[in-house]
Design a protein around this ligand. Structure first.
Ligand SMILES: NC(=O)c1ccc[n+]([C@@H]2O[C@H](COP(=O)([O-])OP(=O)(O)OC[C@H]3O[C@@H](n4cnc5c(N)ncnc54)[C@H](O)[C@@H]3O)[C@@H](O)[C@H]2O)c1
Ligand SMILES: [Zn+2]
Ligand SMILES: [Zn+2]
Length: 353
């Protein structure tokens, strides 16, 4: 094995810098992964790619980029208890201290340790490289029937959405509204289908994304974002509004639409991050007895559950990938994702693995 590897960094001026760096050695409880797929998230663009805007958990510390990795273990360090060389794995994208209350719930995303909470691709080296070090406790086994490109999307994209949907509950009674049809919104469509949602309505500003949601069969109806959206959604639901809404745009207007287009006694979950929203509590939620949930990523056990469901449902997250790039072309991959003229963008081999 070569002693050096290629790796992508995000200097914060809408470019990608490729560097040659040493291949790291796994320490105690760590594994070395040969990277097989690494997908790009809206958060990478929002907080890092254009400018290093993120703070705290979204603060980028100049590490190898990429927080949606999947790979094969090529070396297990001393003290590993479950995973071994040759295992195909997904990485839960935040490594926590393991002993705070949130970590003990499996939610390392909200680990409270300022010293030990480090997210891959943000505060510790991530997946946009030939190899990557991960802690064994952050690994989820990837079944053979799922590809690495499926796996890369389980943590941040599909896992996040699955968590949010489990909070609000989705079933065959429901008409569901999804605001924002980026990769996260598309994942919401795919999972709502499998959970039995009866009618799925999507809203976006980008025509490409509305078209893609229909083409992939992830929405039944799509609407261009605009001031009439609440009335349009009511028209499509016998005047009532939707039982469930999933907000995946982070846009203030779309958030207000999601709240207002949810029917009486309905539930909605906010997943899109950053920005603001303004609404009128009494008419918009209180008098209609509505519930708004916030949902941040997912837990390791829920990720394992999702992987099991993906196999049962024969649902392949990689179906929302529209563009694949080699690692050396990571710059093109980030630029495309920043343009929004795409579905999910992945750095991975062209052939399925
Ligand atoms: N809560 C969490 O744990 C979590 C995890 C992952 C990602 N996220 C967030 O989820 C969001 C979506 O992620 P993504 O990767 O799909 O990003 P993305 O930027 O590709 O998707 C956002 C979509 O919203 C659309 N949009 C913008 N303004 C709109 C409007 N007025 N009406 C309707 N749609 C509008 C955009 O066109 C785009 O398609 C991001 O904010 C990301 O940071 C949250
Ligand atoms: Zn992400
Ligand atoms: Zn912790």
């Amino acid at each position: 094995m070569s002693k050096t590897m290629r790796a992508a960094y995000l200097p914060g001026n809408s470019t990608v810098e490729m560097r040659t760096v040493p291949v790291p050695t796994p320490g105690h409880g760590e594994v070395l992964l040969a990277m097989k797929a690494s997908t790009i998230c809206g958060s990478d663009i929002r907080c890092i790619y254009h400018e290093h805007l993120g703070k705290g958990p979204e603060g980028y510390q100049g590490v190898i980029a990429g927080h949606e990795p999947a790979g094969k273990i090529v070396e297990a360090g001393p003290g590993c208890r479950r995973f071994k060389t040759g295992d195909r794995v997904i990485v839960y994208h935040i490594s926590g201290c393991g002993v705070c209350n949130d970590c003990r719930r499996g939610f390392m995303i909200s680990c409270t340790s300022p010293t030990y909470r480090r997210a891959y691709g943000w505060q510790r080296d991530g997946g946009m490289a030939e190899y990557m070090i991960a802690e064994e406790k952050d690994l989820i086994l990837l079944p053979d029937s799922l590809s690495y490109a499926d796996g890369a999307q389980v943590a941040c994209g599909f896992g996040t959405v699955y968590e949010g949907l489990e909070k609000i509950g989705i079933n065959g009674n429901d008409a569901v509204l999804i605001t924002g049809l980026g990769p996260v919104g598309l994942a919401a469509g795919a999972l709502c289908r499998k959970l039995g949602a009866q009618k799925i309505i999507g809203i976006d500003i980008a025509q490409e994304r509305l078209d893609l949601a229909l083409q992939l069969g992830l929405c039944d109806l799509v609407l261009a974002s605009g001031p009439d959206n609440v009335a349009q959604v009511r028209d499509l639901t016998a005047g009532n509004g939707v039982e469930r809404a999933v907000e995946c745009s982070a846009n203030a207007d779309a958030r207000a639409t999601a709240i207002r287009a949810t029917r009486k006694w309905g539930k909605m979950v906010m997943i899109g991050e950053g920005g603001t929203v303004s609404f009128n509590p009494s008419p918009d939620i209180i008098h209609d007895q509505k519930t708004i949930y916030g949902s941040w990523v997912t837990s390791t056990w829920r990720m394992e559950e999702l992987v099991e469901r993906l196999v049962r449902w024969e649902l392949h997250p990689e179906d929302i990938i529209t563009h694949r790039f080699s690692l050396e072309k990571a710059d093109e991959a980030y630029a495309l994702m920043a343009s929004g003229r795409c579905g999910k963008v992945a750095v991975c081999p062209k052939k399925k693995e």
